[in-house]
Design a protein around this ligand. Structure first.
Ligand code: FEO
Length: 164
């Protein structure tokens, strides 16, 4: 049994995860448009992962006897100047998601809902990974700078990312 507060907050997170999926698909489209299909592939994988996050929450709400109410997905950005800007926006977004997960954990503890708190630990760990991945790509893209061939090579490297 979930408290109304926790149920509402988890539902909000379902929407946020689908919004994240939508954002990364939009980034994939922008990167494809710039001829960076390897980085677009990375974003397509990210799109799939975010949907998995949403479904994980969806299933948990149901397992706990709650009700999932799907809300509309808000509009996402469609244009970024270059690959570096795309991944900077990714990191900024993931930092925001981390704060949302932390707020959810704090709420679960305040409501003495230790099952939800335990469930959320997976997301806490996942956010460390999400931020790290974006930070690493930003570092490489910063090193590459305006070196077109370097960008071409790195794009090929990111083409092989597969969702675990
Ligand atoms: Fe679902 Fe990228 O956090």
């Amino acid at each position: 049994m979930l408290s109304k507060k926790v149920e509402k907050a988890l539902n909000k997170q379902v929407n946020a995860e689908f919004w994240s999926a939508y954002l990364y698909l939009s980034m994939a489209s922008c990167l494809e448009d710039k001829g960076l299909s390897g980085m677009a592939n990375w974003m397509r994988q990210q799109f799939s992962e975010e949907q998995e996050h949403a479904i994980k929450l969806f299933n948990y709400i149901i397992d706990k006897g709650g009700r999932v109410l799907l809300e509309p997905i808000a509009k996402v950005d469609t244009e970024w100047k270059d690959a570096l800007e795309v991944f900077k926006a990714t990191l900024k977004h993931e930092e925001k998601v981390t704060a949302m997960i932390n707020d959810l954990c704090a709420l679960a503890i305040a409501e003495k809902d230790y099952a939800t708190e335990s469930f959320l630990h997976w997301f806490v760990d996942e956010q460390v990974e999400e931020e790290k991945n974006a930070r690493e790509i930003i570092d490489v893209l910063t090193m590459i700078g305006k070196d077109g061939y370097g960008l071409y090579r790195y794009d090929k490297e990111l083409a092989v990312r597969k969702t675990e």
